[in-house]
Write a new protein. Sequence first.
Length: 202
Amino acid sequence: MVDNYLHESTDEIEYLKIKMFRPNMDSLPSYSLPAEYEIRMYQSNSNDDQTWAEIATAAGEFRSVDQGLELFRKDFLNNKDSHLLPARLFFRVNSDGRRIGQAMAWSACLDGEQQGSLYWVSIIPEYQGKKLAKPLVYTVLKKISEYSDKCFLDSQTTSWRAINMYDDFGFKPYMKQENSEKAWALLSHKCKKNFLSSTVKN
């Protein structure tokens, strides 16, 4: 059981699902990876499925590692594009060889159009706040730009710190979901940014 579970309301903010989109993949802001860290790609027939679930659970995405592993197998290993995982799933690795973060460059449908999708950005708690997420996201977005000229992501209001980061990368609020206005008003207040000021009804 995790005590930082992201998919429920907290004293800080009500839980609501959100999406963000990037209308093009031009002019990606660049962030360098600190020298003591490196990127390693997913390897089939390894323990990387388990590692993915452990990182995502530690970051608050699942109640248990088993729940995360079940989703990974259902959504990715049993997916017609599972052969792409070794080129699309990025792990952040520390100097001891420990995988401490991850993110995925995937594809999914938005508004009837297949687009790039930034999936499952997770950093384990003891490495959060060390400026590791932006270099990881930059690496994944560069990959997405190789096969798509648009990108979107799914998140939630409880991940407001990550929403701040995605805004820095040029992602905009997607306003076609239920409770979009409420969600982005909550996020504007929490993040002290007026996310809705430049938003059009996309």
